[in-house]
Design a protein around this ligand. Structure first.
Ligand SMILES: Nc1ncnc2c1ncn2[C@@H]1O[C@H](COP(=O)(O)OP(=O)(O)OP(=O)(O)O)[C@@H](O)[C@H]1O
Ligand SMILES: [Mg+2]
Length: 491
């Protein structure tokens, strides 16, 4: 009935416009202008009537409609993004018409609805989501919006718990689908004042997982449990009045899996990695700026912290040394003036709490050289030693590389691993099949050969060191006796 009357009004006006357009060719200019003004005024009247009718309809309708535009003024509307993800996920399970696309920063094909209308249910209440049909045909994304329609009687439920649920789920799904990024800091000469380009990023594609890391299974489980309780502990940290962050110190010889562990942590937590190259950071102010530009729920890594800076001395000594350096030698632009106290502030000073869910990871080959202040509990909450390959670790590598659970050569390898030190990186290298076809026997034999060679090398090195030591001792004794003789002679 209503549609009929609208159609009648529409056709009448269209007819009027057509008649006027035809007639105006036969009238003088002045009259044509007046006619045009008349048509425009009629159309304005019409849109006014239409708006009025819409208002009347919505006033008497039992349904409420909320619109979520993509942009709120100049800024993009965060709610729109979360709703888009949530509705996208709904589509995959409920919509019958789907469209697949590969979106930037997403690791998998994204399926979205293609029929622009979808229903959802919450607490037994039905709601409808509509991607504004008027914008679906538009090429401009500015007027894109979502409409949520629900019955008036559920107003409180939908505007409260349901929308909270949609926003939260949207963010969770977004994080799950997001392609993780690996960031590295740009030198400050390249920072621009209008563009936030303190960090450069690429897709993070390291496939390392805790399953592929070879280490003591108990230790591994301990780390996983720690990460789980941290990642789920937002409320707990809030209750304690502590910033939601955690520090891990990974130490051990080169090739024992420190960087691999960081990749596994990122994949496990689904966090981005910020790899901080300290040597390009000029001072503590720059360090703070970099920190404020990292996102929440991310891993901030400083690799080889002992090599990056002079943070190996005692705090007091180091502090004064750096101060001296700052004051007396401020000319060398390329020298980083980041101080130990700058780093300590970076980890747990006031500024470190400007984001949440942060994991700090430091790696070093020389843990004993580090200032105790830097690695004390509370800053570096967990100290993880990654060491030479144990038999347990070897078994994991054999499973990963050769798909072997047991083999007659395992026993011999176990004995050799106890007698010599070999990093998991070297063991892994030997287990890599040299030919296209996997041949476990020859891989294990090549490992045994490498272990025996390493054992021999270590033995001859130890013998050499022993001989040098004996020679040094003899030399010392000789000089001591000379000095004694001279002293006796002088006396
Ligand atoms: N514990 C391990 N489990 C599985 N693979 C390992 C392990 N340790 C090393 N590897 C292998 O050796 C390679 C080198 O390891 P990684 O770069 O993690 O060592 P690192 O401890 O960071 O060394 P560096 O101190 O030199 O930085 C990795 O690509 C990985 O394949
Ligand atoms: Mg490394």
């Amino acid at each position: 009935m209503m549609i009929d009357s609208w159609a009648q009004i529409g056709s009448t006006i269209a007819g009027l416009v057509f008649t006027l357009a035809t007639l105006q060719q036969f009238f003088p200019h002045q009259l044509r202008v007046s006619l045009q003004q008349f048509v425009l005024a009629s159309l304005q009247q019409f849109s006014f009537v239409q708006k009025l009718c819409d208002k009347l309809v919505s006033f008497f309708s039992p349904y409420i409609q909320i619109t979520f535009p993509e942009y709120s003024g100049y800024w993009s509307n965060q709610a729109f993004t979360a709703i888009e993800t949530y509705v996208g996920a709904l589509s995959t399970t409920k919509a019958s018409l789907l469209k697949g696309s590969l979106i930037k920063n997403s690791k998998a094909l994204v399926l979205t609805r293609d029929d622009h209308k979808l229903s959802d249910e919450f607490d037994g209440v039905k709601v409808w989501w509509i991607l504004d049909p008027s914008s679906s045909t538009s090429t401009s994304s500015e007027d894109k919006c979502f409409q949520l329609i629900f019955h008036r009687q559920h107003r409180d439920l939908i505007t409260g718990p349901y929308l909270d649920h949609v926003l939260e789920q949207g963010k969770v799904i977004e994080a799950r689908n997001k392609q993780r990024r690996l960031y590295t800091n740009n030198p400050s000469e390249n920072w621009s004042s209008y563009k936030k380009n303190l960090w450069s990023d690429i897709a993070f594609e390291n496939p390392a997982t805790f399953q592929t890391i070879a280490m003591d299974p108990k230790k591994k489980e301990e780390i996983i449990n720690d990460l789980v309780s941290f990642s789920k502990g937002k409320e707990y940290y809030m209750k304690l009045g502590k910033p939601w962050k955690r520090g891990y110190l990974l130490y051990g010889p080169p090739g024992t899996g420190k960087s691999t562990m960081i990749a596994a942590m990122a994949n496990f937590l689904n966090y981005d990695i910020y790899d901080l190259e300290l040597t390009t950071v000029k001072n503590n102010t720059e360090l703070r700026k970099l920190l404020t530009e990292t996102s929440s729920k991310s891993i901030i890594v400083i690799e080889d912290i002992d090599c990056s800076l002079d943070v190996t001395g005692e705090r007091k000594k180091e502090g004064s040394k750096t101060k001296e350096k700052d004051e007396k030698n401020p000319v060398n632009e390329n020298t980083s003036k980041v101080t130990l106290s700058g780093i300590l502030n970076f980890i747990d000073g006031t500024w470190s709490a400007c984001g949440t869910g942060r994991v700090f990871v430091f790696t070093t080959n020389h843990v004993n050289k580090l200032d105790p202040a830097l690695i004390r509990r509370g800053r570096m909450d967990m100290h993880i030693e990654l060491s030479y390959c144990s038999f347990e670790a070897f078994k994991m590598l054999a499973k990963n590389y050769l798909d072997l659970d047991s083999h007659e050569l395992f026993e011999k390898i176990g004995i050799l691993l106890k007698e010599t030190e070999m990093t998991p990186a070297d063991v892994a290298e030997n287990l890599m099949p040299k030919r296209e076809k996997k041949d476990p026997d020859s891989c294990l034999k090549s490992l045994i050969q490498a272990l025996e060679e390493a054992k021999e090398k270590a033995k001859s090195k130890a013998e050499k060191e022993k001989t040098t030591k004996i020679k040094k001792e003899r030399g010392k004794k000789f000089y001591a006796s000379l000095i004694k003789k001279r002293w006796l002679f002088q006396a």
